[in-house]
Design a protein around this ligand. Sequence first.
Ligand code: GLN
Length: 195
Amino acid sequence: MKIGVFALQGDFERHGRMLSQLGAEPVYVNKADQLADLDALVVPGGESTTMLKLLDEERMFDPLVEFAKTKSIFGTCAGTILLASEVTSPAQRSLQVMDISVERNAYGRQVDSAIHRVTPEKEFEERTSPGELEVVFIRAPIIRQVRGDARVLVSFDSQPILVEQGRHLVATFHPELTADTRVHELFLAKLRQPK
Ligand code: GLN
C-alpha cells in the first residue's frame, strides 16, 4: 500500500520508517500532484502554523480537503490540529476533516514533553493487541470536544488522545517515537477494511 507522509515540515521520517517496518510503502509528499496515486496520507507532528503556511504556499490546502473525502488521513499532534474542525489557543484555520475541537499547547508551557503509560479502550486492544500503550507528548494539543460519529479509542487523564472518525484517525501523541507499532497497525488495518 502506498502511504503518503506529508513532508513539508516536522517529524515525517520516523513515520516513514514505522510504515516500512509494517510492510507499507511510504512516499514523502510535498506537492499536490503527488496525492493522486496514494492510498492514504499521514500528517505528522511539527508546528501546525508553519505547516499551514507551507500548505498555502504549495497550494495544497484545497487538494487535501478533496483527498480526505475519499481517502484516509492519519494525523499526529500538529497533524491532528490541521485535521480538526475547530482550533483554539490561538484559533487557526484547519482542514475540517475530523469533528473535534482542539486546544493547542494545552498541557502548558512547563510541560513541553512528557511520556506516560495508558490503558487503551478495549476496542483498541481487540483491533490490535492487548497491553498498555506508551504515549509521548510534545507540546501537545488537548482534544476538548469529540462530536458526531468521531470515537475515542485511547484517553489520558480523561481526555481523548486517539480518535477515529470513519476512515480517518488522529492522535495527540507521537506513536512514531516508540517501539510500539499498534497505532500505525490500526491505521493500516482501517485501510484494508474501511468502515
Ligand atoms: N505545538 C504544536 C502546534 O501547535 C504541535 C506540536 C507537535 O506536533 N509535536 O502546532
